[in-house]
Design a protein around this ligand. Sequence first.
Ligand code: SAM
Length: 302
Amino acid sequence: MNDSPAASRVSEVPGQHEPVLLDEVLTHLTSIFDRHPKSHVVDATLGLGGHAAALLERAPRVQLVGLDRDAASLKLAAEHLKPFGDRVQLVHANFAGLDTVLPDGFAPVQAIIADLGISSWQLSERGFSFQTDRPLDFRMDISEGDTAADLVNGLPEAELADLIYQYGEERRSRRIAKAIVTARKQERIGTTTQLADVVEGAVPRRGRLNPATKTFQALRIAVNDELGSLERGLTAAEQVLKPGGRIAVITFHSLEDRIVKRHVKDSEQLTAVNKKVIVPSRQEIRRNPRSRSAKLRVAERI
Ligand SMILES: C[S@@+](CC[C@H](N)C(=O)[O-])C[C@H]1O[C@@H](n2cnc3c(N)ncnc32)[C@H](O)[C@@H]1O
């Protein structure tokens, strides 16, 4: 990173999310910016703009469109990316529709970054975690769809168990679903703490992992249709990438990584740039424990 005025202002943003696998992402995209300094780039999961800011600093003539489903997050990113002026445009959208939401004339693009999941800001401020007591919502886009509370209080027991098993890879899903159904007969489960207590009452803690971790992951994936969005987003990305353009995807659990790996393998339009998945260094994990489950795959448009 350089010491430009933009860089120093960028690092002052409070609660900033440390971009995961940043050097590795930039290394895989730099050759494109060397060949095409005025590249058009999409950050499909802008968050607070950590990856975007670093990229805009590294490649000073690049134009970037940042997408996010979370309007509040996009507002913070707008502040964060102000130093880059009209090189940045922000769009409130799900990247599943990447081929339809970009501003007129922006596509085709030379590069796409997708850093999946949620930011540390959302984790603490938007009630995605059992560590803060918040309404049980979990929607990234609060303008649409069912909340986690709707699913937890409304789904039949068997469907709830399947959801927790499938998206949380939780082997104890039936026991958890049973406990949820018993608890909701007494009182609607409306907060993150209530749900975490019900899960913890149903399944004993094993090791350091909170027993509710996988149930929370499952509900978040279901509420936001994260896997469906990823599938559709990868297909849409093929439509907007220029031949020779690259897409870099960072995933945080095996369900997402499997989708990316398989999509690239089966695609007639993409070829894998890194045959072996890229993971964070030990130093990065020590500095930023959130990065420990991250995996990066980069693919090139044929
Ligand atoms: C891990 S954070 C990205 C952090 C960002 N790279 C940074 O360095 O600040 C993921 C962001 O992507 C957004 N997001 C997740 N799925 C999305 C989707 N399908 N479409 C658009 N945005 C999405 C989330 O709301 C969140 O703000």
